[in-house]
Design a protein around this ligand. Structure first.
Ligand code: CTP
Length: 403
């Protein structure tokens, strides 16, 4: 189930006697490493409590489209935008009918209508309702539109009857959604170099200067590019993250070693995405021995010298260059300067003072500025999803260049 790791799954739970089984689904998705956002319809809340799902997913649960505290209320398409897959389990005949005709009267129907992610539906209902002509027509309508149905299973039903209508097993549901998120290989043939993490500039054999970058954004981009079929080199300064499978991992420490690795990797590459937080300064002299305290000395002056600007230095006519600008003030003005000075195709700017964006969190809220003066403000997204937006742009620039 590794394909669900880091993926955003929206789990819509509707009101059915099988609603309690959704707790197992949420738990298994969480164990598979997915980020699970649960939406409960009012009817589902008659059967199960939001506390159950909040405890299992460690995330807020959406219970009401108009709930002022809900993310959907503020940015009602945010979940739809963030989702890699929307799963409705169990799905009642009523919800299936609403979806078939585009009705929106709860947060699940709103999310499905607004998403471009695959939608997987696991029906659960009485056999007679499932076999009715109208439910069959509704399912057919949705299947024709590309919605994926899993189940129902056949067996004993709450009504006392035996027949089709049971919610299928969690394992079958997980397989179905894992198939649906293995995305298209639209970047096949592209060579993409990504840098990540904060560089370390050694002072002496035991000390260094570094910064608070976690590497999550760069790793997220590398993962997204790999999933879309690109050949990826991930040049990583030290991080606490596990290496990304299926990419060429190059571990570096300092700005200088990163420059060498980036220059090597960019030979013949199509794009460079510099998500690393590169130190601007390194100690002017590296002390070969551990620096000792000197009796009576209560201040120390450490002389620093400039590191190379990697983005600026790397030149390859055909290379698409993408920079990041993490700023604490004057976001747009500072990012625009970097875009121009470093001769970039576009720059991804974020305000590091926001608690849900920037260092050490899984989400980011960025503004993309391009060299023709365009500006795109993206909503709060998982870092992998930010990666997808960056990759979409790279793909577009490449397609234009090949025209
Ligand atoms: N960068 C780089 N080499 C450096 C410093 C930064 O390639 N020596 C890249 C970063 O990876 C990022 C972009 O340049 O993509 C902007 O980095 P940032 O640290 O925000 O900008 P600086 O140019 O260092 O400017 P300042 O620190 O003054 O904000």
């Amino acid at each position: 189930m590794s394909s669900l790791k880091g993926r955003s799954v929206v789990l819509g739970v509707t009101g059915s006697i099988a609603s309690y089984k959704a707790a197992d689904i949420a738990s298994k998705l969480n164990q598979a490493g997915a980020l699970v956002d649960v939406i409960l319809t009012p009817a589902a809340q008659e059967f199960v409590s939001s506390l159950t799902f909040r405890s299992l997913t460690h995330r807020p649960v959406v219970t009401d489209m108009l709930d002022a505290d809900s993310e959907l209320a503020v940015e009602h398409v945010a979940l739809a935008e963030r989702a890699d897959v929307v799963l409705i389990a169990p799905a009642t005949a009523n919800t299936i009918a609403k979806l078939a005709y585009g009705f929106v009267d709860d947060a699940i129907t709103a999310t499905v209508l607004a998403t471009t992610a695959p939608v997987v539906i696991a029906p659960a209902m009485d056999a007679k309702m499932y076999q009715s002509a109208v439910t069959n027509e509704n399912i057919k309508r949705l299947e024709d539109r590309g919605y994926l149905f899993v189940g129902p299973g056949v067996g004993n039903l709450a009504s006392g009857l035996t027949g089709p209508g049971r919610l299928v097993d969690t394992a079958d549901i997980l397989n179905a959604i894992s198939d649906s998120v293995s995305s298209t290989k639209d970047l096949e043939g592209l060579r993409i170099v990504v840098s990540a993490g904060g560089t370390e500039e050694a002072i002496d054999p035991v000390r260094h200067i570094t910064n608070r970058s976690s590497g999550k954004q760069g790793y997220g981009i590398a993962q997204a590019a790999r999933d879309r079929g690109a050949e990826v080199t991930l040049i990583s300064a030290p991080t606490a993250l596990a290496p990304v499978d299926g990419v060429n991992m190059v571990n570096v420490t300092s700005a200088r070693t990163m420059l060498d690795a980036v220059q090597d990797a960019c030979e013949g590459a199509d794009a460079l995405v510099m998500a690393a937080a590169v130190a601007d300064w390194e100690p002017a002299e590296f002390a070969q021995q551990k620096m000792k305290k000197v009796k009576g000395q209560d201040r120390l002056v450490l002389e620093l010298k400039k590191t190379p600007d990697i983005l600026f230095e790397v030149r390859n006519e055909a290379l698409i260059k993408v920079g990041f600008a993490a700023e604490s003030e004057d976001l747009i003005a500072n990012a625009t300067d970097k875009l121009q000075n470093k001769n970039l195709d576009f720059i991804v700017a974020n305000d590091i003072t926001a608690s849900d964006a920037g260092f050490n969190v899984d989400t980011n809220r960025v503004v993309i500025l391009d060299k023709s003066g365009g500006r795109e403000d993206l909503p709060l997204l998982l870092k992998e999803k930010v990666g997808d937006h960056i990759l979409d742009r790279i793909k577009l620039i490449k397609a234009e260049a090949n025209k």
